[in-house]
Design a protein around this ligand. Sequence first.
Ligand code: FES
Length: 200
Amino acid sequence: MAELKTAVAEKPKTAEQLTAREKAIRRLQEKGILTMDGQPMPRRKFLVNLALAWATFAAAVGGALTVLGGFLIPRVDFTKVDVFKVGPPDNFPKNSVDETFKDSKGVWIVNDGQRIFAMSIVCTHLGCTPNWMPNERKFKCPCHGSGFTMQGINFEGPAPVPLRRFEVSLSDDGQIVVNKGRLFMAEKGEFDDPRSYIPV
Ligand code: FES
């Protein structure tokens, strides 16, 4: 009678059960130097595997550096900062709001009798454009009714803070230069910064 043999699957050895030689072979297999049969990896295949490993590593490092660079390098495009001349101070009589640059540059040039400054036309509530009401001597926002004095100070409606101002300076040819890359905020005490106005 044929002897009945029962095939028993061989259990893989744990790391502690391996001999020193077996451990060395397993390490070489993990590094791709030996095949799973314990044969030396063909040279070409080994080099291809090595190149692929390096490519994967380089891609991972490159990706990480790109992400890191995104945090470290400012995303401001300084070539697009809006700096422009609006004319000499004499063009802006006392107690006047000049709307020449409202649509093209987004600023009013205001002379309140003591200072000339460039004021943003963006309402500090939700960004609508207020209207200058010459008879009432105030800016009034059509969206939710915020009101601002000639100096841009909010005094009615939901706007939480005054209108913003931009940096102004005098150029060599005596014109006022507006730099929209630098904002001045009243709530930070910046309206008294000499870069935010031209004295009259
Ligand atoms: S956006 Fe001006 S009051 Fe709301």
